[in-house]
Design a protein around this ligand. Sequence first.
Ligand SMILES: NC(=O)c1ccc[n+]([C@@H]2O[C@H](COP(=O)([O-])OP(=O)(O)OC[C@H]3O[C@@H](n4cnc5c(N)ncnc54)[C@H](O)[C@@H]3O)[C@@H](O)[C@H]2O)c1
Length: 356
Amino acid sequence: MTGVARVGIVGCGVISRNYATGAAGFDSFEIVACADVDGASAAKLGEEFGLEVLSVDELLASDVDVVLNLTPPFAHAEVILRALRAGKHVYTEKTLTTTLGEAYEVVAEADRLGLRLGSAPDTFLSGAFTTARTLIDDGAIGEPRLAVASFLGAGPDAWHPNADIFYRPGAGPLLDMGPYYLTAIAALCGPYVRVAGRADVLRADRSIGSGPREGERFEVHVPTHVGATVELASGALAQLTTSFELAEGYIAELAIHGTEGSLELPDPNTFGGPLRIRGPRGEWEDVPVAGRGDRDTRGIGLDDMLRSLAAGCGHRASGRLALHVMETASAIVRSSDEGRSVDLETTIDAVEPLAA
Ligand SMILES: NC(=O)c1ccc[n+]([C@@H]2O[C@H](COP(=O)([O-])OP(=O)(O)OC[C@H]3O[C@@H](n4cnc5c(N)ncnc54)[C@H](O)[C@@H]3O)[C@@H](O)[C@H]2O)c1
């Protein structure tokens, strides 16, 4: 592959608009085509953004270099494997796959075929998180000892017309939102080695609150409140809570506490937000963030994957990082089920910060 990569979107739903709009900020790729099992969704996206509208089979047989997989998690493994076997590099939305076995399989298949596999979340490549990483590397909070991460919400029951999809295997608060936090902490502080978790369903009686299916009750197949202590290879601990059990509202918190101070980070589900530091004097201060302008958006992980491919080096939002996060999340639930700590098999090399 030489020059600007030709990208084809598979899965033309809500998040495809973010990628199609954000693509203007990157010169390593151009989105040229789109496909969806629902032809009307593909036609609509194609018309909005001037993309060639194809069937999934046609897109995989076309001359696109990269498949951008924006299907729901339950379709990820199938789409990734088909795209790789069609000779395409793949960048996928989170969560990598719905099961750990599939996550191992897609990473191994990309390796076997010598193709790139990248995965969201890529918010840790934002200007704010890169500034945070630079502060940590410069010793601004001493040695990181504790990461505290909380995502608490009511679940999408009230607003999402198909809210039941968030309560199926591969989703729930841990796999839908947890990857933002687990990925950010691993990128800032390094890999995980062991987990102790507790996963519960506090409220199983749920129904769809809007749209044509309003009032329809659905079954809950995943834990709706998950707490975990995760040990890092460095010896630091991460305390993670993900929950769909609030009555209402949205709480997103991420902080790294070190031997000499603390950092309060933006919501890792976003590309901006305040960054604050508390040093030895005990006062919180806002930190100026070196933003990336219109590159602070979804797509920066794909851009980095393509630049790294051209440079012959590893990319940051990698399938291997997503696999490590998937194994960590799976081990949290296993730890809860088995009533014991679980050691992890996978690891990652330190994620080099993306230059400003
Ligand atoms: N919506 C968000 O705010 C958001 C934010 C971040 C990440 N994501 C992630 O983005 C992905 C997509 O989410 P979304 O909200 O856009 O979903 P969506 O339901 O709005 O769109 C998904 C599209 O994929 C299509 N699809 C399903 N199976 C397919 C298959 N096998 N082949 C081709 N197309 C298929 C559907 O017809 C649909 O048009 C998910 O992995 C999700 O976790 C979504």
